[in-house]
Design a protein around this ligand. Structure first.
Ligand code: ZN
Length: 192
């Protein structure tokens, strides 16, 4: 009997350490833990890109779910930039509709109105991040590099107020990037 109790106690201790290990694994960012009540929402946690993610990190859904042509252009550009001593990091890439909706709710409360929030965060049905067609790149030396060389790879800044937000515009390789919208509210794609 004593032996059995010891075994059960050992199993319980082992289970406890496994639970601790899984709750502190690298898969859960501090944001996930803070937003524990949202953890079961499909896709939300998958949309958060961990610090230090590059355009080569296939195992990160925010990178893997980007449009393949956009990702290919980003990797070519990142390789060339590395030759200039500049590293690209992905601050945000593909996002689930649920995560985009969460960002929009946060923007509305931060900026105080839906109209002001619309200057920064698109609705899930309009966001180029949700369709996998947009990426937010950092840090500033990377966006500076892209502002000079991005068009050679079909990579263009779209909004004046978002120097980190890049999309694929293949025609820019021959013709340069199209004019930049002051902010997303000027983008015809964002109109109702
Ligand atoms: Zn963006």
């Amino acid at each position: 009997m004593t032996g059995l109790v010891v075994v059960i106690a050992a199993l319980a201790a082992d289970l406890g350490s496994q639970l601790l290990a899984s709750s502190s694994s690298t898969a859960a960012s501090p944001i996930d833990i803070l937003r524990g009540e949202h953890r079961d929402a499909p896709g939300e946690a998958d949309s958060v890109v961990p610090d230090g993610t590059t355009v080569f990190d296939d195992e990160i859904p925010g990178v893997a779910n980007l449009d393949p042509d956009l990702l290919g252009a980003l990797r070519q550009a990142a390789t060339a930039a590395a030759g200039d001593g500049v590293e690209f990091y992905v601050d945000s890439g593909w996002r689930s509709p649920e995560y985009q909706e969460q960002l929009l709710r946060e923007a509305v409360s931060e900026y105080g109105s839906e109209a002001e929030a619309a200057r920064w965060v698109a609705t899930p049905d309009k966001s180029a991040h949700v369709s996998g067609d947009a990426v937010d790149i950092g840090p500033s030396d990377a966006t500076t590099w892209l502002s000079v060389h991005g068009a050679e790879y079909g990579l263009c800044q779209i909004y004046g107020n978002e120097p980190w937000h890049y999309e694929l515009r293949p025609e820019s390789i021959d013709h340069g990037c199209p004019p930049i919208y002051a902010d997303p509210t000027h983008d015809p794609r964002m109109q109702w």
